[in-house]
Design a protein around this ligand. Structure first.
Ligand code: SAM
Ligand code: SF4
Length: 479
């Protein structure tokens, strides 16, 4: 197994899977040339929500006279869309700002902006601490970018980190960045009201608000018209999506929204993330079952398998509740439904026995994969204020290694079940290793590699799976 000591998160997927659906990854803008006078380069860190926000930012900046570039040297404006979720994510951005200084010295007119969660968390202090930064913009203030850019053009530094209770950017048509032209993300809500004690998101992204259901459906419709085959509906807690029209005559919950999007086209695959164990309803499970094009795959982060730790985490469910939700998934959607999780090792005061409960929960659920982290205390969170971060780093890392090992075991078990069966695969790209092979995903979000023959990106292909590794299925296309 790979050494894990200097990473603060490990994701059990292969590089192909990570490329298909990155979690803690970095993305940069692609080249667009529509004749605009200035060039924008955005580097996005962290979650899919951030990648989706960068598409909104690109759209606002396009109106303002910017094309995007993938080459930092060519940029007039450089934005880092940042993540604060763990200390490591912030350190990475600080180091990156140091590297960007090199380009700014060569091109002093280059404007440097910090966007996203770090902007909101560190506010004005970022301008003081990082001298090369010209503007700092929080996740709810992107509409103000034109004014802020003007301020910087006028020789001033600019900040707007105001959080909003209403902003959903519903009317902004995102410019798809790094898109494979097959799958796209749609933000359906912003912020989070949950206050898990370890988590900085409610502070950096503000209160939860749901986006106008009609604007979501319109965005999905436009994607279908452009030839997209898959959309992922995004929110920190999609199950608490609730939208009401201004006159109060229309109300849409998450199950109803899923249905509206699924009905747009039978060949559009619909995915969603993230489901919260306390909120996922049987209505959602039955809606997933009802429509073949809603993927049978649920990201249901447990965080821990121990009820006392879950209470300290303020997750508002216990082990028994979580297992009941897993049983409900299995009884409505069957054993083939993919389930994945997020796990945190070494949360405040976690004992060895409590850590064992996480491993036994994993044994029970048999997750297809997980995103696994060791606990990183974040300033301002409930845990930072009320609990002692008392598990030594080497213990956190050892527990994380055990969780990763358990996940590898579960992933392999789950993948072996897929051998000898035909899977419907949506082709996303060539395989990383060879252009003679294609890479796509099955319903359960697993990467499947198979010989190309005459198939191409965007095709649905029936693949007979004959082999697997921990992170990938291998097979042959069948008619
Ligand atoms: N809203 C999602 C949920 O509740 O499941 C999670 C969103 S958060 C951006 C992604 C994951 O980061 C969390 O599920 C958690 O496992 C991890 N995470 C958040 N704060 C963390 C911290 N302080 N230390 C380590 N991992 C953390
Ligand atoms: Fe953070 Fe909890 Fe909200 Fe997820 S549900 S974003 S972990 S506060």
């Amino acid at each position: 197994m790979d050494p894990i000591v200097d990473l603060d998160f490990i994701d059990s997927r292969t590089p192909e899977q990570a490329a298909a659906a990155p979690s803690c990854d970095t993305k940069i803008t692609a080249e667009t040339n529509t004749g605009k006078s200035r060039k924008l380069y955005i580097e996005s860190y962290g979650c899919q929500m951030n990648f989706s926000d960068s598409e909104i930012v690109s759209s606002i900046m396009h109106e303002q006279g910017f094309d995007t570039t993938s080459t930092i040297e060519n940029a007039d404006v450089v934005f880092l869309n940042t993540c604060s979720i763990r200390e490591k994510a912030e350190t990475t951005v600080r180091n990156r700002l140091g590297q960007i200084n090199y380009y700014k010295r060569k091109k002093p007119s280059m404007m440097i902006g910090v966007l996203g969660c770090m902007a909101e968390r560190l506010k004005k202090s970022l301008l003081e601490e990082e001298k090369i930064v010209d503007l700092v913009v929080g996740p709810d203030a992107y509409r103000d970018l034109p004014n802020l850019i003007n301020e910087v053009d006028g020789g001033h530094k600019a900040v707007n980190v105001l959080l909003s209770r209403e902003e959903t950017y519903a009317d902004i048509n995102p410019i798809r960045l790094n898109s494979n032209g097959v799958s796209a993300f749609i933000s359906i809500m912003r912020g989070c009201d949950n206050m898990c004690s370890f988590c900085v998101v409610p502070f950096t992204r503000g209160r939860e608000r749901s986006r106008d259901a009609h604007s979501i459906v319109r965005e999905a419709e436009a994607l279908v018209a452009q030839g997209y085959k898959e959309v992922t509906l995004l929110g920190q807690n999609v199950d608490s999506y609730k939208w009401e029209s201004e006159d109060g005559t229309e109300q849409v919950n998450f199950a109803q929204l899923l249905e509206k999007v699924a009905l747009l086209s039978p060949t559009l695959r619909v995915r969603f993330s993230t489901s919260h164990p306390k909120d996922i309803t049987d209505e959602v499970l039955h809606t997933i079952k009802k429509y073949d094009n809603i993927c049978k795959y649920i990201h249901l982060p447990a965080q821990s398998g121990n009820s006392r730790v879950l209470e300290l985490m303020n997750r508002t469910y216990d082990r028994a509740w979580y297992l009941n939700r897993v049983d409900a998934i299995r009884s409505v959607l069957g054993d083939d439904c993919g389930i994945s999780s997020d796990m945190i090792a070494g949360f405040c005061s976690e004992t060895e026995e409590e850590h064992q409960d996480t491993l036994s929960l994993m044994d029970y659920v048999q997750y297809d994969y997980s995103y696994m982290f060791f606990y990183s205390e974040r300033p301002g969170t409930l845990a930072a204020r009320k609990l002692e971060d008392d598990i030594p780093l080497e213990v956190k890392k050892r527990r994380l290694a055990e969780i990763i090992e358990k996940q590898r075991e579960c992933s392999l078990n789950r993948n072996k079940r897929d051998i000898g069966r035909i899977h419907r695969v949506l082709v996303e790209n060539f395989s990383k290793k060879s252009d003679d092979f294609l890479s796509g995903r099955n319903d359960q979000n697993k990467v499947v590699i198979f010989p190309k023959k005459d198939y191409k990106k965007g095709d649905y292909v029936n693949v007979f799976v004959n082999d697997c590794s921990v992170g990938t299925l291998f097979g042959e296309a069948v008619e």
